[in-house]
Design a protein around this ligand. Structure first.
Ligand code: ADP
Ligand code: MG
Length: 695
């Protein structure tokens, strides 16, 4: 075994470890409970807890934590040690089944959108046994769900698990109709590609905007940006390479199959991608990836920026969410060889297309965040319009279906849906369009709108739920049909006709697409605040309730939290800007102007005949921009005070977007211009050039 296979998963309480450590019958029982999603008996929990503790202690753990994912989108942990006093001044290491299964963190400070005020003050955490426990930094981490005592989800994991169950249930119904009596479960799978920036830590620490907000709020463009495309897939610098090597090792130890790493488009931008796994584990893993990126960077005197737009003028970062549905035997979005497989493939494909077409605003919502507003539609990421890229071959097939190919062909062969053989899609054939927000890439869909800091839970909750809805509608029809073939053909044709408009293979960055999309009647929800508003539309609440993913109350709570998060983020950004402008930029400009004036009078005294017009013009320009900046500071302060007095949360969030963000931009412009005029020695923080190129 080489080193990598030796370290892979060493810190994970995996199935292999369980098999090794648990008594045979306990392991069997546990496996069965997990496979069927049943509840653990207290006796079994006791046995598992004990084995888990012994294993963790051998790995150096002294503590355990119920690791959960509150609605902040981050993860939360509170560590308890295993120690139990024996009464004679000594301690033993104890961990009970009860402690494994359920915890009660006093987690009352997490956002809950009013859910816990109405119901129950306490929340509790419950072991999600489908995601393995692991040891990290001397603590046993137990992935858990976080709920209120009356059962409302207070986290991002519970609804994700619910949505996985929903889509599994409906997909299994479809498989039954296709004659599959074996499959018990269909799993939604995800492989999230993570983009990030790496800059020097010392420089990072000199930028208050990066420290407080994760992005630069000021900064003139450097002479060189990404125009040469010389960074993309370029040779990786040694310092970065050393960081990436350690990152991989840390991730592998946690059982995260980090697979790909490369330089991205913008200078200082990089990407890592793992091999896909079940949505639930992929979501946990992505949280660990983000956490590990920051920690390992820090060890290398580097800083990792996960923000969607750390720098104006160069590309920001996203997270491509590759999604599919699979049984233990097959990927359901993989075109098959037999007509039967083709029919099944087309059913799942068209269900997904129709789900995306019909629920486009929900998908848009799932990628809404203050950071992502800077990317979507800015010609570096997909536009805010949801469309689907299928590739030439598949578009052609869908075209035929739209024109009635299925109906004309039914009756020929059993299960032949007019497409006798589907080509095996070579990946490079299908994956050419990088401008599409939702692209079919051979055997999966790639949702490219998600922001780099976001939890992938939200987008996958939406995907699973809307696809579950379409599958359930198809199953309803088929279950009562006399003739399976002709009914399926009719359904597919109808869904294709209804949703044909959402299919677009052209250039999503082209301005003409915006007009074209409008003509097609596709929604273009430009900003996050507008996207958040759609969450509570009755038809969306209905679909979430129907599939048991969110109750109406949970939707309203989440909507409120999203609005609040939006405002708080912009508020912090605005305050940070004010602080930097007032305490760093403006004083520096005064010092520089003073020095300039002194130098000029010194010149004039030794050289009275010298023409100082250009110097004077320069000083005048600086002084004018100074005055402009001061005015912009006052304006931002005024706007901020006004907006803060608005009571209704949705209205306030909108005012932050449309008023505060504008006032911030008005302040940024003269300050950035000043940066290009003021002597570098006087400028109070590192420039874009330093941040992007000095690694
Ligand atoms: P790209 O050209 O977009 O970089 P890759 O082949 O590297 O494409 O895949 C991107 C991601 O898609 C990887 O994380 C990969 O594991 C994932 N992926 C592949 N197959 C599936 C699937 N069936 N379900 C979900 N994700 C998948
Ligand atoms: Mg990709």
């Amino acid at each position: 075994m080489n080193n990598t296979s030796k370290i892979f998963g060493v810190n994970v309480f995996s199935e292999v470890v369980m098999k090794e450590r648990l008594p045979k019958d306990s392991f069997k029982k546990l496996k069965k409970t997990l496979d069927l999603g049943e509840e653990l008996t207290p006796e079994l929990a006791e046995v598992v807890a004990n084995a888990m503790k012994d294993w963790a202690v051998e790995k150096g753990a002294t503590h355990y934590t119920h690791w959960f994912q509150p609605m902040t989108g981050k993860t939360a942990e509170k560590h308890d040690s295993f120690i139990e006093p024996t009464g004679d001044g000594r301690v033993i290491m104890e961990f009970s089944g009860k402690q494994l299964i359920q915890g009660e963190p006093d987690a009352s400070s997490f956002p809950n959108g009013g859910l816990r005020a109405t119901f129950e003050a306490r929340g509790y955490t419950a072991w999600d046994a489908t995601s393995p426990a692991f040891v990290k930094d001397g603590t046993l981490y137990i992935p858990t769900a976080f709920c209120s005592y009356s059962g409302e989800a207070l986290d991002k994991k519970t609804p994700l698990l619910r949505s996985m169950e929903a889509v599994s249930k409906q997909a299994v119904r479809i498989l039954r109709l296709f004659g599959d009596d074996q499959t018990q479960k269909v799993t939604s799978t995800v492989g999230p590609e993570q983009e990030y920036f790496i800059i020097d830590k010392t420089l990072y620490q000199e930028r208050k905007d990066l420290i407080y907000t994760g992005r630069t709020l000021f900064g003139a463009l450097p002479p060189k940006g990404q125009e040469l495309d010389d960074h993309y897939f370029g040779s990786i610098k040694e310092r970065i390479s050393a960081f990436m090597k350690e990152l991989d090792e840390e991730l592998w130890k946690l059982g995260i199959s980090s697979k790909t790493k490369h330089n991205e488009v913008a200078p200082a931008q990089h990407e890592m991608a793992p091999i896909f796994t079940t949505t639930n584990i992929a979501t946990d893993h992505n949280q660990l990836v983000m956490d590990t990126l920051i920690k390992v960077a820090n060890r290398h005197e580097l800083a990792c920026l996960l923000h969607e737009k750390p720098f104006a003028g160069v590309n920001g970062s996203g997270k491509h969410n590759n999604w599919s549905l699979g049984t233990d035997k097959a990927n359901l979005l993989e075109p098959g060889i037999t007509p039967h497989q083709n029919a099944r493939f087309l059913t799942f494909l068209v269900a997904t297309i129709a789900a995306v077409g019909r629920y486009a605003p929900l998908l848009r919502l799932s990628a809404a965040s203050p950071g992502n507003d800077h990317r979507l539609g800015a010609n570096e990421a997909p536009p805010a319009i949801i469309s689907i890229f299928l590739g030439e071959q598949l578009t052609d097939i869908i075209n035929q279906i739209k024109d009635g190919a299925l109906t004309s062909c039914t009756g020929q062969t059993k299960m032949d849906l007019g497409v006798k053989t589907l080509p095996k899609f070579a990946k490079d054939v299908t994956d050419r369009n990088r401008t599409s927000p939702f692209a079919f890439t051979g055997n999966k869909f790639e949702f490219r709108m998600v922001g780099s800091t976001m939890s992938i839970s939200g987008p996958n909750i939406v995907l699973n739920t809307i696809v579950a809805e379409l599958l359930s509608e198809i199953a309803d029809e088929l279950e009562k049909a006399d003739d399976f073939n002709s009914t399926l053909s009719e359904i597919i044709e109808k869904l294709v006709k209804e949703n044909f408009n959402v299919i677009f293979d052209g250039d999503g960055y082209d301005p003409s697409w915006i007009d074209e999309a409008e003509k097609r009647g596709l929604p273009n929800i430009k900003t996050s605040v507008e996207a958040i508003e759609v969450f509570s539309r009755p038809e969306y609440v209905e679909v979430f309730e129907k599939h048991g993913v969110f109750t109406k109350l949970e939707v309203l709570a989440r909507q409120e939290i999203m609005f609040e998060e939006y405002e708080k983020t912009i508020n912090i950004e605005a305050l940070t800007m004010l602080q930097i402008a007032k305490r760093e930029i403006l004083p520096a400009v005064v010092r520089y102007s003073g020095a300039l004036a002194k130098d000029m009078s010194a010149i004039a005294s030794v050289l009275p005949e010298a023409d100082l017009t250009t110097q004077k013009d320069h000083l005048l320009k600086v002084t004018e921009l100074y005055a402009k900046s001061v005015k912009a500071v006052e304006n931002l302060e005024k706007v901020l005070a006004e907006v803060k007095s608005i009571e209704a949360v949705a209205e306030q969030a909108k005012a932050f977007k449309f008023k505060v963000c504008d006032a911030m931009q008005t302040l940024r412009v003269p300050c950035d211009e000043l940066e290009t005029l003021v002597d570098e020695e006087f400028w109070p923080f590192p420039s874009y050039g330093d941040l992007l190129f000095r690694v």
